[in-house]
Design a protein around this ligand. Structure first.
Ligand SMILES: [Zn+2]
Length: 356
């Protein structure tokens, strides 16, 4: 796994297919299914996460939450605009579906940084954490514009993620911060009064559903600190990206610096595609990855069989064709090294189906 970057492109793709299969199999196992069912029965607040595509931002792991509970929206830099027609529709559709079954929705609007080295911060914001935070507050205002400012049903919560220790930082209503890196698992009992003070406008049942995420984060940070003591934690972020992923459903890809993931949200998809292609070309030129090829992977998830699945197929093919054209026009030499795969993903089972 550690040296996957250096292998021939065909082997790298085999490795990826295997990774996706293993991720899906684990997700479909009776134990994982039961863990999700129990979690959903105990915590009814639906959690949506807006986050950077950076593979280090793995919130289910960082909060000890069963996979499949937190609904991710990933994009370069965690940059979103709820005015983008497709993003606005997907998010509103998801929120309404949750609310109609009686659930509240917490939207975690995240940014990330590194306390050890600014260069390990967010490349999408050119390592400017203040700009990334300002952007999350702008998204928060957009969420309030759409779902209201009283937060009784939908709550936009700005949340930082420090990647050296995987520590969450919760931004309070009045600008105060709750930095999980300053606490230990022994402080778990103090979280309730802290959250009450920090987020007085958050409905009580929602605060109760935020708690397990924070408790899980305290345990995870303690584990990371143990690994750091034993010199087992690698913080370096050398760029080894050798694939461009366009669409949704790439949660099996949480290996850092492997893939450039572009959500299907922005009305100008060509711009991030060109940026991603330039990064891959740069990686090849610098010898950080072999120059024998790279992968373009389009994936579109569906909720239901029939029409929904058929449309996902068509969307996935469209995205792959669109990206191919953009890359061929901007980087013809690179385009000749492209392997193209299209897939659709059953959201309920995480079964990834490769299209012929
Ligand atoms: Zn980032």
């Amino acid at each position: 796994m550690a040296d996957i970057y250096g292998r021939p492109i065909a082997e790298r793709i085999d490795w990826l297919v295997d990774l996706a299969n293993r991720h899906g199999e684990t997700f479909r196992s009776p134990d994982a299914w039961l863990a999700r069912q129990r979690y959903l029965a105990e915590h009814t607040t639906a959690v949506v996460v807006l986050k950077c595509m950076d593979g280090r931002i793995n919130l289910p792991i960082a909060t000890n939450t069963p996979p499949g509970i937190l609904m991710p929206f990933r994009n370069l830099g965690g940059i979103f605009d709820l005015g983008w027609p497709h993003l606005g529709e997907v998010l509103a559709h998801h929120v309404l579906r949750m609310v109609q079954t009686g659930r509240r929705v917490m939207i975690l609007i995240t940014y990330h940084w590194s306390k050890g080295d600014p260069k390990r911060g967010c490349a999408g914001f050119a390592f400017d954490t203040a700009a990334a935070i300002a952007h999350t507050h702008e998204i928060r205002r957009q969420v309030e514009h759409i779902f209201g400012t009283r937060h009784g049903t939908v709550y936009p919560l700005v949340c930082g993620f420090e990647t050296d220790e995987d520590a969450l930082v919760i931004h309070g209503t009045q600008g105060a911060l709750l930095d999980m890196a300053t606490l230990t698992p022994n402080d778990a009992a103090t979280l309730v009064p802290r959250l009450t003070e920090l987020l007085p406008d958050m409905p009580v049942p929602m605060r109760a559903d935020l708690l397990p995420l924070l408790r899980g984060n305290l345990q995870h940070i303690a584990k990371i600190r143990e690994q750091t003591k034993r010199n087992e934690r690698v913080l370096g972020v050398e760029h080894h990206e050798w694939m461009i992923c366009l669409g949704r459903g790439f949660d099996f890809l949480h290996t850092p610096n492997l893939a450039l993931i572009i959500g299907p949200y922005s009305p100008d998809l060509a711009d991030p595609l060109r940026k991603a292609a330039a990064i891959i070309a740069g990686n090849m030129q610098a010898g950080r990855i072999p120059d024998d090829g790279f992968l373009l992977l389009a994936s579109v998830p569906y909720d239901e069989i029939g029409v929904d699945r058929a449309r996902a197929e068509m969307k996935s093919r469209f995205l792959a064709n669109f990206a191919t054209e953009v890359i061929q026009n901007a980087f013809p030499a690179l385009a000749r090294k492209m392997t193209r795969r299209t897939a659709i993903l059953d959201w309920n089972s995480l079964l990834l189906e490769w299209l012929p």
